[in-house]
Design a protein around this ligand. Structure first.
Ligand code: UD1
Ligand code: CA
Length: 530
């Protein structure tokens, strides 16, 4: 079968297409398998959605395949398919981009061979036949490097192979498919000798179980052979499944060339089946991420305790102190300092932002030169305009703090718009919730809010106004006014001195009774005034 390429590209400019095609390999299609539940994870969540460094595992393989495949690609989904599909679509899987990414459903999870087979119809429909060759990836190998897979494709071409597989040698190969080579029976398997077949862990004889070379689950296979071979698979094995790995023996039987390439380090081939392997992958990916940011000019004072998610971006000369966590889609500008025990999630920080110790910042935007903390909590929807300052024990939600404004101590500010040059005194609280609904507070430019003020929303404080400390503000305050809203103070001259002059209160009858009984520690009777 030959490849007919459909050039029905919609909406892509020529330049855009060229850019999208950069680095992609001609006539190479891709298939990523992501339909299995992953029993060994003992989870209600499908394995491929478990995150590694904050990013669902499946995206590692999908992104890698997208960077390689010059032809279309297919992601096979099944177990919790709706969720996986939603993720892939949010990620940009699309049939209108070039090359296109198809989401294919495997209704029953009958094995990896069956999974790949589900992609056939799409390639047939869209291209009139299979691509010249495919790169096939398991959805659970997030440590796989792009350079390795490129090398595998080159080897496949150079060797004129029909099937090329990636292997690695493990001290502890239990659970993986073993690579059976010629003479492996006598010598325990040796690289360089012809590959005969792959035997799954559960189907392996004792001798085969001792083979340490394992199948990583990454393959390059000629398209026409692939789908013909898949049709011939039989589920004759311990799991009653259609094993993709059986195409190796099929190729060998037909006298077609099968080659194997070993990864440079064993870690790269890690397939995640258990929570322990998940933790290993997490550690390795995190180390790689830290190394990448240090390389890019970011100081990590203690990489071992710095947690940076895969999608985070950090500007040059930013300094991260020990125990900092940066999560999700966070973007940090240049020259920022983030002190210890701070977590930043899905937030945007400008340049030269200082975050002192122990802050939690979620879904917030901090513009250039802002300072926050220690112990500040910015909840979703907070915007700190340039040079604004938020001090200790301040909680903010859905609130904008204007340029140069300050909320330095002990405050709750919610559903509030605060203008420029405003001072929010210690202990200010916006009372935004009446028990059923939320209401807004507006504080215009140059307002001074005295300490211990409660603003009962909805309320507006006009430009330049001053609110006296201790006020409970229930009415709008006009611009430039002074608002005092507290009980008037009464001074009673000499009262304290007169009280001091009274005779001391005598012992109570209860106390005398207890002392008579010799009971040492005596408490006054409840409600007794002393
Ligand atoms: C597979 C290989 C094994 C290899 C190991 C590497 C087979 C038969 N075995 O075993 O040789 O050493 O990977 O990690 O291929 N999947 C589907 N549909 C299914 C079954 C699985 O899409 O019906 C997907 C899974 O979501 C996963 C991938 O295929 O992403 C691999 O499946 P898994 O069950 O983890 O295979 P292993 O037993 O690890
Ligand atoms: Ca696996």
């Amino acid at each position: 079968m030959t490849v007919k390429r459909a050039h029905q590209r919609t909406g892509d400019s020529a330049a855009g297409t060229a850019k999208q095609m950069e680095g992609r390999i001609k006539a190479l299609g891709a298939i990523v398998m992501a339909a299995g539940l992953g029993n060994r994870m003992r989870s209600k969540l499908v394995k491929v959605l478990h995150p590694v460094a904050g990013r669902p595992m499946v995206l590692y393989g999908v992104e890698l395949a997208e960077r390689l495949a010059g032809e279309g690609m297919a992601v096979v989904i099944g177990y919790q398919g709706e969720q996986v599909k939603a993720l892939l679509e949010a990620h940009g899987a699309s049939t209108t981009r070039t090359p296109r990414t198809f989401i294919v459903e495997q209704k029953e999870q009958l094995g990896t061979g069956h999974a790949v087979m589900q992609a056939r119809a799409v390639f047939l429909r869209e291209w009139g036949g299979p691509a010249e060759r495919y790169v096939i990836l398991n959805g659970d190998t997030p440590l796989l490097r792009e350079s390795t897979v490129r090398e595998l494709v080159r080897l496949h071409e150079r060797e004129g192979a029909t099937v090329t597989l990636l292997t690695t040698v493990l001290e502890e190969p239990t659970g993986y498919g073993r690579v059976v080579r010629k003479q492996s029976r006598e010598r325990g398997g040796r690289q360089g000798e012809t590959v005969l077949r792959i035997v799954e862990d559960r189907d392996a004889t004792d001798t085969e179980s001792r083979i340490q070379e394992i199948n990583v689950g990454t393959y390059v296979v000629d398209g026409p052979f692939l789908f013909e071979a898949l049709e011939k698979l039989k589920p004759h094995n311990a799991q009653r499944e259609y094993y993709l790995t059986d195409i190796v023996a099929l190729a060998v039987k037909r006298g077609l060339r099968v080659v194997a390439m070993a990864t440079r380090d064993a870690e790269e081939g890690l397939g995640i089946n258990t929570r322990e392997q998940l933790a290993t992958a997490e550690r390795v990916v995190r180390q790689q991420i830290c190394a990448r940011w240090m390389e890019a000019g970011v100081t990590l004072q203690d990489p071992a305790t710095t947690w940076i998610d895969a999608d985070v971006k950090i500007g040059q000369d930013t300094v991260l102190h020990p125990h900092v966590t940066l999560e999700g889609q966070t973007i940090i500008g240049e020259g920022c300092v983030i002190r210890s025990h701070t977590r930043v999630s899905d937030s945007r920080l400008g340049h030269r932002v200082t975050v002192l110790d122990c802050c939690v910042i979620r879904d917030a935007h901090l513009e250039d030169d802002t300072v926050i903390g220690p112990f500040a909590h910015l909840r979703p929807g907070v915007v700190l305009r340039r040079s604004a300052k938020v001090g200790n024990f301040v909680e903010m939600k859905k609130t904008e703090l204007g340029e140069g404004s300050k909320a330095n101590h002990l405050s709750y500010l919610g559903d509030t718009r605060i203008g420029k040059g405003v001072n929010i005194g210690a202990g200010t609280i916006t009372c935004n919730y009446d028990g059923s609904r939320k209401h807004a507070t507006v504080i215009e430019d140059e307002v001074f809010v005295g300490s211990d003020t409660q603003l009962i929303a909805p309320v507006t404080v006009g430009r330049g106004a001053v609110i006296a400390a201790g006020s409970t503000v229930t009415e709008n305050v006009p611009a430039d006014a002074l608002a005092i809203a507290r009980a008037v103070q009464v001074n009673n001259p000499g009262w304290a001195a007169r009280r001091r002059a009274l005779p001391p209160a005598g012992p109570s009858p209860a106390r005398e009774r207890q002392e008579a009984r010799g009971n040492g520690s005596v408490r006054g009777k409840k409600g007794e005034k002393r």
